[in-house]
Design a protein around this ligand. Structure first.
Ligand code: MG
Length: 382
C-alpha cells in the first residue's frame, strides 16, 4: 500500500499482515490500520472510557485522568516514538486507543473483584476483555460481531495472557506458548502506556494532595528534573513547576526509548516482522532508565496506589462489583434481556451466564455501576 512506503522493513505493514478474520475489501482512502483506529474510536467501549477510573474514581474530580484521556496520552507518546523509529504509527495508535477497552469500572480494584467473582468460571482479565470487546462484544456491523480488526492490532491489544487462555486463543495465543514477540509496534504501545501512567499519576497524585512534592524528592528522575526546572526558572512554584518537571521526565523517557531501541534494531537489523517475532524484545529502555522508571513506579505503588484514601475507594469498589455480580448470578432475571443466557439446557450454563454478567459489569462506567448498585440494593431507588 502506497500510504505505507515510508516504513522501515521491520515495521508492520498491511500488505504483510495476517489480515482480518472476515475478509473485507481494502479501504480506499486510508491504511488498514487507520481503519482499525477509526473503528475503535467509533466503538461503544471507547466512549465508555471517558467515565472509567484510571486511579481516581471519575466523580472525585474533573481534572483527573480517566481511561479515555490516559489512552489518548498513550497514543500521543506512542506515535511520536513510532515516527522516530519508522514504525507503523497507525498501528501503534490503534493499539494504544484500544488497550484499555476491557477495563472494569473502578480501575484495578474492579478488575480484581470481578476476577475473584469469576474464579469458578474461568476468571476475568481486563487485557483479555479488551480483546473480547473488539472481537465479540461490539455490535456495529451487519456482517460480523466485534470490529473485525487486523491480526496485528488484536495481537497488540493482548499484552499478556496466561498459558491456559493462550491455548484457547488459537493463532493469537501462539506467541505466548512459543515465547515469541509481537510486532515492534505492540512492544512500543506497551512502554508508551508505562511512560504515560507513571507521569500522569504523579500529576494526579499531587493534584489530589495524596502525595507531596517533598515526598517525590526520593524519586531520582523527579528530583533531577525538578532541580533543572529551578535552574531555568528560579523560584518557580505550584502547578507550573510540576508541569515543567513532568514534561522533562516524559521527554527523557521518550528519548531514551528511541535511542536504546533504535540502536538495538540497528544491531539486529531485522529484515521483516517475522524476524522481529523470533528475536528478543527490541523496544526497551536503557538499563539506567529502566532502573529509574522502576523506582518511580515503586514510589507510586507505595505512596499513591496504596494510600489509605485510595484504599477506601478500592474497598467500596470491590464491594459494589462483588454485590452486583452475586445479585445477578443468583437472579439472572434482574439482568437486562441482552445479558440473560438462554434457558438452561445442560452443563456449562452457569459459566456462560457468569461470563455474560462479567461482560455486563466490565462494560459499566464508574457512575453506571454505582447507580446500578443503588437500583438493586436501595429500596427507595428504582
Ligand atoms: Mg493503560
Amino acid at each position: 500500500m502506497t500510504l505505507e512506503l515510508h516504513l522501515a522493513p521491520y515495521a508492520a505493514r498491511a500488505g504483510a499482515s495476517r489480515g482480518r478474520h472476515y475478509p473485507e475489501a481494502a479501504p480506499l482512502s486510508r491504511t488498514e490500520f487507520q481503519r482499525d483506529r477509526d473503528r475503535i474510536i467509533h466503538s461503544t467501549a471507547f466512549r465508555r472510557l471517558e467515565y472509567k477510573t484510571q486511579v481516581f474514581v471519575n466523580h472525585e474530580g474533573d481534572l483527573f485522568r480517566t481511561r479515555l484521556t490516559h489512552s489518548l496520552e498513550v497514543a500521543q507518546i506512542g506515535r511520536s516514538i513510532a515516527r522516530n523509529l519508522h514504525l507503523n504509527e497507525d498501528l501503534v495508535e490503534a493499539i494504544a486507543l484500544a488497550h484499555d477497552l476491557g477495563h472494569t469500572p473502578f480501575g484495578h480494584a474492579g478488575q480484581d473483584a470481578l476476577n475473584a467473582c469469576m474464579q469458578a468460571y474461568g476468571g476475568f482479565e481486563h487485557n483479555l476483555q479488551s480483546l473480547r470487546a473488539v472481537d465479540r462484544l461490539e455490535q456495529h456491523y451487519g456482517a460480523f460481531d466485534g470490529l473485525n480488526l487486523m491480526f496485528e492490532t488484536r495481537e497488540g491489544i493482548l499484552k499478556h495472557c496466561s498459558l491456559a487462555n493462550a491455548r484457547e486463543l488459537g493463532e493469537l495465543g501462539q506467541r505466548f506458548l512459543e515465547g515469541r514477540q509481537p510486532t515492534l509496534e505492540a512492544q512500543l504501545a506497551n512502554l508508551a502506556d508505562e511512560i504515560a501512567y507513571n507521569n500522569h499519576d504523579i500529576d494526579d497524585g499531587l493534584r489530589s494532595g495524596l502525595i507531596t512534592t517533598a515526598q517525590l524528592e526520593e524519586v531520582d528522575l523527579y528530583a533531577r528534573h525538578r532541580r533543572q526546572v529551578e535552574q531555568v526558572f528560579p523560584g518557580i512554584k505550584g502547578r507550573r513547576a510540576i508541569y515543567e518537571t513532568l514534561r522533562r521526565m516524559i521527554d527523557v523517557l521518550v528519548l531514551d526509548l528511541i535511542d536504546t531501541s533504535g540502536r538495538l534494531i540497528a544491531e539486529r537489523a531485522p529484515a521483516n516482522v517475522e524476524q522481529v517475532r523470533s528475536s528478543a524484545p527490541m523496544i526497551r529502555f536503557s538499563d539506567t532508565m529502566r532502573h529509574e522508571a522502576t523506582q518511580l513506579k515503586r514510589f507510586l505503588y507505595d505512596n499513591l496506589y496504596r494510600h489509605y484514601l485510595v484504599n477506601r475507594m478500592t474497598s467500596k469498589a470491590r464491594r459494589i462489583i462483588a454485590e452486583l455480580f452475586q445479585a445477578f448470578l443468583n437472579e439472572p432475571a434482574l439482568l437486562p434481556p441482552d445479558y440473560q443466557q438462554a434457558p438452561a439446557d445442560g452443563a456449562g450454563d452457569t459459566a456462560a451466564q457468569a461470563r455474560k454478567i462479567a461482560d455486563y459489569i466490565a462494560g459499566m462506567t464508574d457512575r453506571y455501576a454505582m447507580r446500578e448498585h443503588r437500583r438493586l440494593f436501595a429500596i427507595d431507588d428504582l
